[in-house]
Design a protein around this ligand. Structure first.
Ligand code: HEC
Length: 133
């Protein structure tokens, strides 16, 4: 019985997630920028810890597409080739997950991990071509 209830709650949460996140048309301005502003900008703008260390700034679309001092972190059409996606989805070593929230992370500051829905949204935005829409 308990397992059944947990199952239904999970199914409802999953449904809400898909209703809430229209993967067909993700907008940079309406969907992605608010996530970056909430979870990344404190470190990834001009003098922030993340920008100083990597050169990556999330202050606008152009900076996001410019990437780090070493090159782009977004490959339009391929989230799996985009380090922006890999570092937020936990598909890299724990030291470089973003935002940093592990004791073992290299960054000094700590942030709150993105929700599954937010990670999905970024993935969909990149797979749809990472447009400035
Ligand atoms: C508490 C500060 C902090 C926050 C918050 C933060 N970052 Fe970072 N970020 C860093 C630091 C420091 C580095 C450079 C060292 C490293 O790679 O761990 C970095 C590096 C990066 C890199 C470059 C990785 C590479 O390929 O070298 C990306 C991409 C990145 N962050 C994305 C993000 C995103 C997206 C968010 C928000 C979801 C975020 N960061 C939030 C501090 C932060």
């Amino acid at each position: 019985m308990k397992a059944q209830i947990a199952y239904s709650v999970g199914a409802i949460a999953l449904t809400l997630q898909f209703v809430g996140c229209d993967r067909d048309k993700v907008s940079f301005a309406a969907d992605i920028q608010p996530i970056l502003e909430r979870s990344c900008i404190e470190c990834h703008t001009s003098a922030g810890e993340g920008t100083t260390a990597s050169g990556f700034s999330v202050s606008d679309y152009a900076s996001v597409m410019k990437g780090t001092a070493l090159g782009p972190v977004v490959v339009p059409g391929s989230s799996m080739s985009s380090s922006l996606y890999l570092v937020i989805a936990g598909k890299t070593a724990p030291e470089i997950r973003m935002p940093p929230h592990h004791e073992e992370s290299w960054a000094e500051g700590r942030g709150v991990p993105l929700s599954a829905a937010e990670i999905d949204m970024v993935e969909a935005w990149i797979d749809q071509g990472a447009r400035d829409n």
